[in-house]
Design a protein around this ligand. Sequence first.
Ligand code: NOJ
Length: 537
Amino acid sequence: MQQEWWRGAAIYQVYIRSFADGDGDGTGDLAGVRAKLPYLADLGIDAIWFNPWYPSPMDDGGYDVADYRDIEPAFGSLAEAEKLIEEAHNHDIKIIIDIVPNHCSDVHPWFAAALAAGPDSLERERFWFRRGRGEHGELPPNNWRSRFGGPAWTRVTEPDGTPGEWFLHLYSSRQPDLNWTNPEVHEEFEDILRFWFNRGVDGFRIDVADGLVKADGLPDVEDAEGGPVPYSDLDGVHEIYRTWRRIADGYPDKRVFVGEMWLPDPLRFAMYLRRDELHSAFNFDFLSCPWDAGRLREVITATLAAHAPVDAPATWVLSNHDVTRHVTRYGRADTSFSFADRQHLAPTDPVLGTRRARAAALLTMALPGGVYVYQGEELGLSEVEDLPDAVRQDPVFKRTAGADIGRDGCRVPLPWSGDAAPYGFSNNGTAPWLPQPAGWAAFTVEAQTDDPGSMLELYRRALRLRSANPALGDGRMTWLPDLPAGVLGFDRDLGFTCVVNLSPDPVELPAPDQVLLSSQPLEGSLLPPDTTVWLRT
Ligand code: NOJ
């Protein structure tokens, strides 16, 4: 048994709106999650990470929080969240919730108070209000761009009706950035952490973990078009996490922090994982990496090397609620992912994508560290790329006038059963908040259960083997020498070997009689292309 459960955990990501609808209004909710806890327990996961479940106008799918100490009414109530936490624990499933400290919603009482109080008020000091440039303050205070497109500043109308100051928002204009130089902001979030720890949550996933502290004086950036804003990585952020860590460590049972950050530099990334800061962070280099043996090997090696000096476990992620589902990515000519170049129009081969997704799942689950499963990947769902513009909700789509198709396509409600939409998502047949494709009957949990060739049964077998096998999860790995080009192979301690064939030709297996699991049927002693095998050695 691993002492620190999170070091090798399989964590299932629940995007509540799209998971399961318990009250029949077409939106997923906590009742839906509670009803499906046996499904998750049976899948073999160790923890659930919930995307934000707080009251929110849902301008950014809940990443615009109106109240950090309650539950979105469309999802349920605080009492129900407490029940859910308890029931999950009864299933031996830990609960990680999202915390969004970089920004809140524009309907958060603090922001409403800031607007009402006017310039130079203490209320405005909780955010980044500045006078505009230009003769009449008609230009934004600096050239920063929102990560969702357009300027990172919006001008407000003052209480007296005149055009007034501007406020900073690194995301949508309905997500004002909080001012982390203000001690009140620190105290507020420390209290929020305690509020949820006291209700039994086992950890937090920290949104935009590296973005809280902005560069002094908010200077212009050289590359305004899509260039990074000068924030983060400043001592102030590390200080915040040291304080948070002390709070978490004050609880007798282990509570964890997982950082979300898209940092290109692995060494900077690892600084957040020092002993007294975050426990782990998402590894998006792996997610972004093309389906290519050489590149994958480089990313895996660099990731492990960056984590080793700080003794933090790596995490491996193939998909989440922000990126194109990997079945779709892996079926394209270019299998990599980048936000700047979201390939929403590139043709994809779902058969090839699915085959590679199966192989990638077994690779991911065999690597040392923790693994994340985004809801629906265990069903082999593709990105829904043909959603009508009128139903799209993502602010990315709206703020770029559709130039960036946005993230709705990976957030379509899950298919559970039946032959037609809503595929058991809502028990009473209500249309879900985003329409599901006509072809999802074959992808339901019901259709895949007990089908030995299904993605769901592959995930079930793999996750169970993974948690039962002490070689997997946290620990070390050693690359196998002398493999043919396009083949990855590594040993884990205690007699476990994983081999992935990314080459176009079948390759000879090192130990064909010791197969634990393979992502495709083997051809005698040969490992077919785009296939992963787990061996007992
Ligand atoms: C990262 C989250 O994963 C994404 O969904 C959100 O839009 C941004 N942070 C802003 O909160």
